[in-house]
Design a protein around this ligand. Structure first.
Ligand SMILES: Cc1cc2nc3c(=O)[nH]c(=O)nc-3n(C[C@H](O)[C@H](O)[C@H](O)COP(=O)(O)OP(=O)(O)OC[C@H]3O[C@@H](n4cnc5c(N)ncnc54)[C@H](O)[C@@H]3O)c2cc1C
Length: 415
């Protein structure tokens, strides 16, 4: 489908933020065209097929507890779920820390897990309850501190921090030092307490594909990089596309290049090694946490949660490190995490994502400006939080800003 020369709104970038904006603009009757440099819709949610296995570009999950998950048709994604919790190994012994709401039978093991004194365990529970159920506004009213300090101030002890929270959060925040905003960790933990995490049957890219279908295939122009943006015009290799509004919904680095007033925060990176095992060594879908001092932040049998990631019942394992590693450097650690022999692991592929997420340092700037003036708007996870939720929320917010300018009657009062 050729790119037209005129549209009411041009959205640059078809990641979750751009798609979320475009869906709302289309619903309000706007003529929207999306220009996407890559070969698929969904941006950082990308999935390949390798030897019949469904391989996401980096281990990531959809948290159904995200408020914006309500925008998705979750049943159509055919999600396979992880249990809420994790496996940790201490002195070679396996311990499961599982939310009893997920599996009541796991409660005695969770209470007995080596995570410090009863008082420290109670502090972990109190932190979870506060993050999960106290009003967000109240959490955000406290001064924002680096996550490690916030957790220690909440009474979290050394063992719970080093054996459980640090490796768990490092796998999500993509940094081990826990310098990320404590406010953001509160929001994140809230969604873990409230929702389950899962993988779509077709891989994470299916989420973007679902949203793109709502925009309309004829309006999402793939393999069309935008070279520059100006008020009322974007330039591609094919020419100039004129519009009343331009929404830049790219990754933060590209947004900073296209829009001089935008700053890109330090991107986090992750390397994920994919291995195949003849069968899963586990009985339940749980993330195995990396050991203190080890290279891995986590290792996960993806097919325990989503069997459709495998073509033939063999188990697919994803193991992530925060600095680039070779497969040979992590093989023994992956085997030890799952209690299998190194020779049982068949290496499928290794993926490094350099711009996986922008950093969210304190003080957390939630809801950064999206209306830059002159009909230019910006959205993406760097405007809200570095997550699927943040990307989708920023897209929704940007659509409201565009509509306030172009179709004020389409914006509910107070929105
Ligand atoms: C390995 C990994 C693990 C993650 N784990 C999780 C997780 O478990 N949970 C979670 O909530 N989040 C996770 N995230 C973060 C989440 O994926 C992102 O925050 C979110 O997808 C960002 O969406 P976005 O629309 O803001 O940006 P993007 O997805 O980056 O979309 C921007 C789009 O713009 C396009 N583009 C760039 N330049 C141009 C140009 N010049 N012209 C046209 N198009 C352009 C890009 O190709 C891309 O499609 C993870 C990310 C990665 C990479």
């Amino acid at each position: 489908m050729p790119v037209p020369t005129r549209a009411e709104v041009v959205v640059v970038g078809a990641g979750l933020a751009g798609l979320s904006a475009a869906i709302r603009l289309r619903a309000a009757g706007c003529d929207v065209q999306m220009l996407e440099s890559g070969g698929h819709a969904g941006g950082r949610l990308a999935t390949d097929r390798i030897d019949g296995f469904v391989v996401d570009r980096g281990f990531q999950v959809l948290n159904a507890g995200y408020p914006r998950a309500a925008d998705l048709d979750l049943p159509a994604l055919e999600l396979g779920w992880f249990l809420r919790g994790a496996v940790l190994r201490v002195d070679g012994r396996v311990h499961r820390v599982v939310d009893p709401r997920s599996r009541l039978a796991a409660a005695p093991g969770t209470i007995a897990a080596p995570l410090g004194s009863l008082r420290e365990k109670a502090a972990l529970l109190a932190f979870s309850l506060r993050a999960g159920y106290s009003p967000v506004r109240r959490s955000l009213r406290r001064p924002d501190r680096p996550a490690e300090q916030a957790l220690r101030d909440a009474g979290i002890g050394e063992q719970a921090l080093e054996r459980f929270l640090r490796p768990f959060l490092a796998g999500v925040l993509l940094e081990r030092e826990l310098v990320t905003s404590g406010h953001y960790v509160d929001l994140l933990w809230r969604s873990f307490v409230r929702g389950r995490i899962g993988l779509p049957a077709g891989g994470m890219q299916a989420i973007g594909a679902q949203l793109a279908a709502r925009v309309g295939a004829d309006r999402v122009h793939l393999d069309t990089p935008v070279r520059s943006v100006a008020p009322g015009a974007v330039t591609t290799d094919e020419g100039v596309l004129r519009s009343d509004a331009v929404v830049v919904a790219t990754d933060p680095g590209t947004a900073a290049r296209l829009l001089p007033r935008i700053e890109a925060s330090a991107p986090r990176q992750v390397t994920t090694h994919l291995h195949v095992l003849p069968a899963s060594p586990w009985h339940e879908p749980l993330i195995v946490l990396g050991q203190p001092g080890g290279r891995l932040v986590n290792s996960v049998v993806l097919t325990d949660a989503q069997p459709r990631y495998s073509p033939d019942g063999r188990a697919l394992v994803a193991s992530s490190t925060l600095c680039p590693t070779s497969e040979a450097e992590v093989r023994a650690e992956v085997a030890a995490a799952h209690g299998v022999g190194s020779s049982d692991l068949e290496h499928l592929t290794t993926v490094t994502v350099t711009g996986a997420q922008p950093a969210a340092l304190p003080p957390l700037a939630l809801r950064r400006p999206v209306d830059l003036g002159d009909g230019i708007y910006v959205c993406g996870d760097h405007r809200d939080t570095p997550s699927i939720q943040g990307a989708m929320a920023s897209g929704a917010r940007t659509a409201r800003a565009v509509l306030r300018a172009l179709r004020p009657s389409a914006v509910p009062r107070g929105a």
